[in-house]
Ligand binder design. Structure first.
Ligand SMILES: CC(C)(COP(=O)(O)OP(=O)(O)OC[C@H]1O[C@@H](n2cnc3c(N)ncnc32)[C@H](O)[C@@H]1OP(=O)(O)O)[C@@H](O)C(=O)NCCC(=O)NCCS
Length: 237
């Protein structure tokens, strides 16, 4: 097991020409989906995430970016096709303005990004979160409550994406305490000691959570901020 790789790109700083160059690295079905986005900003984030996934996998596994073939798991999690002959899990997430990808050989990974602009009321938490989490949110003032809500939401999504079940899993089965950080996965029948979670704010307007399910000890995290594509090469910050 090597590192957990976490790459992201602030799509707001990427020109349309760069998005076009990135789009050229996608396969036909990805390009089809990209073409169906109504807003250019959403399309850019989708294209960035999918291109970034290929570049990251290529960097880690030493294959050409356009060689990657994917297959969907039982609940839709894309995985590397067996014909590629590499054992690596990856996951991607995109929201307006930001794309992120995580990958690890030897562990399951899930990543989620959300914008902080969108406001969420307690109703969503009451529906999806565990009672203890809702109580913790209630005790906070509106601004920190909003921040805590997004952290909980992204952590839960990252967890559900690492397992591959996505939103078919009960999000209240993963119970998080933010400060000091702890997690209880017993309601999901999971051993929390096999998991590691990371949180960060890639930009002032985005939050990100990463979940890793491993069989051994803590895996070091390598973060890379991708800035731009020139001649289909990523330029690192
Ligand atoms: C996956 C899911 C959590 C996405 O969350 P989101 O915040 O809307 O979107 P994100 O940008 O964070 O993630 C989307 C990416 O997650 C990946 N993904 C899709 N299904 C996934 C799953 N079950 N587990 C992990 N990752 C998944 C894909 O790469 C997807 O990218 P794409 O939509 O550009 O192809 C949610 O949509 C979901 O659970 N969907 C599948 C559940 C389902 O009902 N499946 C039925 C098909 S059998």
């Amino acid at each position: 097991v090597g590192n957990v790789w976490l790459w992201w790109v602030d799509v707001r700083s990427v020109s349309e020409a760069v998005v076009q160059a990135w789009a050229a690295t996608l396969d036909a079905s990805e390009r089809d989906r990209a073409a169906r986005f109504r807003f250019a900003t959403d399309r850019a984030a989708y294209v960035a995430a999918h291109a970034l996934a290929r570049v990251l996998l290529s960097r880690v596994c030493g294959r050409p970016t356009n060689a990657w073939r994917f297959v969907a798991g039982p609940y839709g999690k894309p995985r590397v096709h067996a014909s590629m002959g590499v054992e690596i899990d990856f996951n991607l997430s995109h929201t307006r303005g930001l794309a992120a990808v995580a990958a690890c050989a030897g562990a399951d990974v899930g990543v989620d990004v959300e914008g902080t602009i969108r406001r969420h009321g307690l109703g969503v938490a009451e529906y999806h979160f565990a009672p203890a989490e809702v109580d913790a949110l209630r005790r906070l003032q509106p601004a920190p409550r909003q921040e805590a809500f997004l952290q909980l939401w992204t952590l839960k999504e990252a967890w559900s994406k690492a397992t591959g079940r996505g939103l078919t899993s009960r999000l209240d089965a993963a119970v998080f305490v933010l400060e000091p950080f702890s997690v209880d996965l017993s309601a999901a029948g999971e051993d929390a000691s096999a998991w590691q979670f990371h949180r960060c704010a890639p930009t002032a307007e985005h939050v990100l959570a990463l979940a890793v399910r491993r069989s051994g000890r803590e895996i070091p995290l390598e973060r890379v901020v991708a800035r731009e594509v020139r001649h289909q090469e990523l330029v690192m910050v």
